[in-house]
Design a protein around this ligand. Structure first.
Ligand code: SF4
Length: 68
């Protein structure tokens, strides 16, 4: 066990304004949809808790929430 708590990030498509900050910070996890320009979570969406919190804080429309 490495002691790093992993959490799952979720994007609220209704609130996302397509700035792309999340994709810039974690391109493996977030991707802007080509047509809608709304961020979607790709893969399992798992990030270390600290990193997930930081990215959620940086979203200008507070669209990113953290699950378990
Ligand atoms: S940072 Fe927030 S508003 Fe910008 S694309 Fe990601 S989820 Fe959408």
């Amino acid at each position: 066990m490495n002691g790093v708590e992993m959490v799952r990030v979720v994007v609220d498509a209704e609130k996302c304004i397509g700035i792309g900050q999340c994709e810039l910070l974690e391109p493996e996890i977030f991707r802007l949809d080509d047509e809608t320009a709304i961020s979607v979570v790709v893969g399992d969406g798992l990030l270390p808790c600290d990193r997930a919190s930081l990215i959620a804080d940086k979203c200008p429309s507070a669209s990113i929430s953290i699950g378990r």
